[in-house]
Structure formats: C-alpha cells, structure tokens
Write a new protein. Structure first.
Length: 156
C-alpha cells in the first residue's frame, strides 16, 4: 500500500509589508511526485498565489477563501524570490491547490530564506522552504489557492 503525501521543488516571489495592518502577495510554481492508496503514484505541477490586506480601520480584504480563518495581516516588510522544496500530505497535485490558510516567515537579512505552512479545512497541509535573494523580514498570514498545470499518473 502506498503512503499518502508528496515532495517536490518550488519557485516563489513574495512582497509584503505592514505593522499588523498591511498587505502581502505571493506567487509560486511547483512540481513534484505524489502517492496515495486511492490515487496511486503520480507527478504534477501547479501554480498558486494569494494576497491579503488588513486595513487600519479593521476588516479584511482578501482574494481567496480563508478556510481555517487565520487572521490576515503582515508584521514587517519583505520582498524576495527564491527556489526550494515542499512536502505535503496531499496525495496528488490536485490535493495541493487549496484553498489554504497560510502562515509565512520571510528573512532577507544575512541568510535569505522563506518558509510557509499552509493548511486547509480538509486536513491537507503543505510546508515550503525557499532560499534566494530578498530584503527585509516579515511574518504574515493570508489565504492562497492554486490551479493544476499538469498531472501524470504513473501507477494506479
């Protein structure tokens, strides 16, 4: 029996800034290999993105559903791009497109890296770690969702 999950590579771009109230946006392209007892072994790629803002006056303005209800906001300022890896309990590329609530940490001072933890209300999670040029530092939370670009089933 195949275990459920996947691993792969990711490229991303992020820009965000705020002091609790603020705005952020991110976009990524990723691909990898997946397996699950129901869907078999497969490979695929997808692109995803999200944005969130928290106006000073309160309320939230977001571009995607926020399934876990994480508060939307940004503390700090960061802009950067990079490449890295992901790991997920999603059994196929379709299982990694969300919608997700994301928690993000970005560091562009000294050793440049970003990490993101995404989770959906069906229990699917995805962790990404990237490194590349960046400036600033931030912690943020806003929703993301994606679209499958391609999928190949190896073993069913």
């Amino acid at each position: 029996m195949l275990p459920t999950g996947g691993v792969g590579i990711v490229g991303s771009v992020t820009a965000e800034g705020g002091i609790g109230s603020g705005a952020g946006a991110t976009g990524s392209v990723y691909g990898g290999f997946f397996s699950s007892p129901d869907e078999g072994a497969s490979g695929g790629w997808a692109f995803s993105g999200g944005a969130g803002s928290q106006p000073i006056s309160g309320g939230a303005s977001t571009t995607a559903p926020n399934p876990m209800g994480f508060p939307t906001g940004v503390v700090g300022g960061y802009t950067g791009a990079g490449g890295g890896i992901f790991i997920t309990n999603g059994g196929s590329i379709a299982g990694t497109t969300g919608p997700f609530s994301n928690a993000n940490f970005n560091m562009g001072i000294g050793f440049d890296f970003s990490c993101s933890w995404a989770c959906s209300d069906d229990g699917t999670w995805m962790v990404t770690v990237t490194t590349g040029p960046g400036a600033g530092a931030s912690v943020s939370s806003y929703p993301t969702s994606g679209q499958v670009g391609g999928n190949v089933i190896f073993i069913k």
